[in-house]
Design a binder for this molecule. Structure first.
Ligand code: NA7
Length: 544
């Protein structure tokens, strides 16, 4: 495709934005398909999420042997994971190994932030601009920008007046932070806070946690990964990967308990606690798989939620603190957290929980944080305040599609995609794990591999037919958006203020962004491809 059609020479066939799990595998597949590609990465190295999120205790809460590429058997057999749940440094080492093993680095340009991309209709090409003013022309752009990469730093009054250092968990300094002897504030109680709080508490002189919404967390039961256990799983790795690809969440094949078997109402009241306790003992995100309808029926959800609430009351000694830590919303509605000693940390005399659910943080002052009329003196503030999820990284790039329309404008009422991979009016642009795809409700690596392979096959199809242009049809997008809404409406997900709904970002449209269910989504994508990429317009008059 390079330099074709008298359209002026292209720099590459494909510009890929981002060098995390998605961008690295995309590059590998493009090369194997004989396409040229340049990966532009804002960070100083590869790794994406695992390059940026270096806060203390950062680790994945999908098991290492599942949260890893399955596309190359030698890779998955050779790489040895050391823990059941890998730490950030170990996952970053893994991704660096992948970059070296497949000789990817020569096509990756780090420290390069993409700020804009404009589609030229006449030539059916994209012109991609970087912050430093570089320009790349390409037939296609693949946004491998990540679902949780645009940090959310809330605009709290006085934020810039604080005298001491401040950190966001998703932008952590590479040299680490020494909290010893310091009075530390952590704002937020999502996954990043739940992982970091126990470790910060151990180091700091005093820790104050500012909680807007209490969180459900299930123990990780992390442990070293025994060599024989790892070998046993690797011996049946193909089956494990295949089972995950047929599952709702893209992981779970390693669970000894398997997928849920019964709706809550089908289980005798006396047996429910037994099932819940088994899931609790196993630990991790699979907890909500205790009943088939945990995330669909309020009564079933309440049984699971009440079990966790009782655990919190059992762990936290001060009943008033336990009360504040006890969530009231639906369990799993906000992303479930997985912890190692989170609730226990609030039994420490040097840790204080401040409830800001009614009035938020009033102000950040030079000496600390004011909430509920009280000044909390601290030396360091950690913002564990999450991300502008799913659309944030895309909307920070000025994509200009057909007629110069920007993506921000096209998505003013919320993201609208076809299959979560394509947008009407933005030809030749592909999203990996975009809004409208299962993405964040799944093991991200399963979803990424699926999208990368689907996009590669699509590009090969276009090349085979001599086509230079592909675009999602507006009717297909409308149908897909309606479908995602219908599926989400069958669940309890829309019932709380989660980042899945954009509710954590002031002014963001309230739209449920991911599609629940990896299976049957993957089969639907395969069906679209099998029917000549139904719902896509391929080619155009005068420029196939
Ligand atoms: P999350 O899960 O979005 O958590 C952010 C936390 O910060 C959450 O407790 C928020 O409370 C809180 N928050 C956000 N804005 C504010 C303001 N303005 N004031 C006070 N508190 C605030 O982000 P994480 O980084 O922990 O995890 C992101 C994902 O990474 C996670 O879900 C996994 O998929 C991995 P809220 O609940 O909105 O009331």
């Amino acid at each position: 495709m390079r330099g074709d059609g008298g359209s002026g020479r292209l720099d590459v066939d494909v510009v890929v934005v981002g060098a995390g799990f998605a961008g690295l595998y995309m590059l590998h597949r493009l090369r194997r398909a004989g396409l040229s590609a340049r990966v532009l990465e804002a960070g100083g190295g590869v790794g994406g999420t695992w390059y940026w999120n270096r806060y203390p205790g950062a680790r994945c809460d999908v098991q290492s042997l599942e949260y890893s590429y399955g596309f190359d058997d030698d890779l998955q057999q050779n790489w040895e994971w050391t823990e059941r749940y890998a730490t950030q440094p170990e996952i970053l080492r893994y991704l660096e190994h992948v970059a070296d093993r497949f000789d990817l680095r020569r096509d990756i340009q780090c420290d390069t932030r993409v700020v804009g991309a404009a589609f030229d209709e006449e030539t059916a090409t994209w012109a991609v601009r970087t912050e430093a003013g570089e320009r790349f022309t390409a037939r296609f752009v693949v946004a491998a920008t990540g679902c949780l990469s645009a940090a959310n730093l809330p605009d709290i009054p006085g934020r810039d007046t604080f005298r001491g250092p401040t950190y966001h968990t998703g932008r952590w300094p590479h040299e680490g932070v020494d909290f010893s002897g310091r009075r530390v504030a952590v704002i937020g109680t999502g996954s990043s806070a739940v992982q970091s709080i126990p470790i910060i508490a151990e180091q700091a002189a005093h820790l104050t946690v500012f909680q807007r919404t209490a969180t459900y967390s299930v123990p990780a039961h992390n442990e070293p990964l025994a060599r024989d256990r790892q070998a046993e799983i690797k011996a049946r790795y193909a089956k494990v990967r295949a089972a995950n690809r047929q599952s709702m969440a893209g992981f779970g094949a390693l669970s000894g308990l398997g997928p849920p078997q019964h709706a809550m109402a089908e289980v005798d009241a006396g047996d429910r606690d037994l099932l819940l306790d088994q899931r609790w003992q196993e630990g991790g995100l699979g907890f909500v798989a205790v009943f088939t309808d945990t995330l669909a029926q309020p009564d079933a959800n309440e049984v699971a939620a009440e079990f966790v609430r009782a655990k919190i009351r059992g762990i936290v000694r001060d009943p008033a603190v336990a009360d504040l830590l006890t969530p009231t919303q639906v369990i799993g509605c906000k992303r479930l957290c997985v912890d190692s000693g989170y609730y226990e940390t609030f039994n420490r005399p040097d840790v204080r929980l401040v409830d800001i659910s009614s009035s938020g943080i009033e102000a950040i002052t030079p000496g600390g944080i004011r909430a509920n009329g009280e000044d909390h003196e601290v030396d360091v503030i950690v913002f564990a305040t999450g991300f502008d999820a799913m659309t944030g990284a895309l909307s920070r790039i000025r994509f200009e599609g057909v007629g110069g329309r920007t993506l921000a404008d096209a998505w003013r009422e919320g993201p609208k995609t076809y299959l979560g991979v394509a947008v009407a009016g933005f030809p030749n642009l592909f999203l990996i794990t975009g809004p409208g795809s299962p993405s964040v409700l799944t093991n991200m690596v399963t979803s990424i591999e699926h999208h990368v392979e689907w996009i590669t096959a699509c590009l090969e199809h276009l090349r085979g037919g001599g086509h230079r242009r592909i675009e999602a049809e507006p009717e297909a997008v409308d149908g897909w958006v309606a479908y995602v809404n219908t599926v989400a409406g069958l669940t309890l997900f829309p019932t709380c203020n989660s980042w899945y709904l954009g509710a954590n970002i002031p002014g963001k449209p309230r739209v449920f962004m991911p599609l629940p269910g990896f299976a049957p989504y993957d089969a639907m994508c395969a069906d679209v491809a099998a029917h000549g990429y139904r719902g896509f317009a391929i080619g155009q008059p005068g420029a196939t």
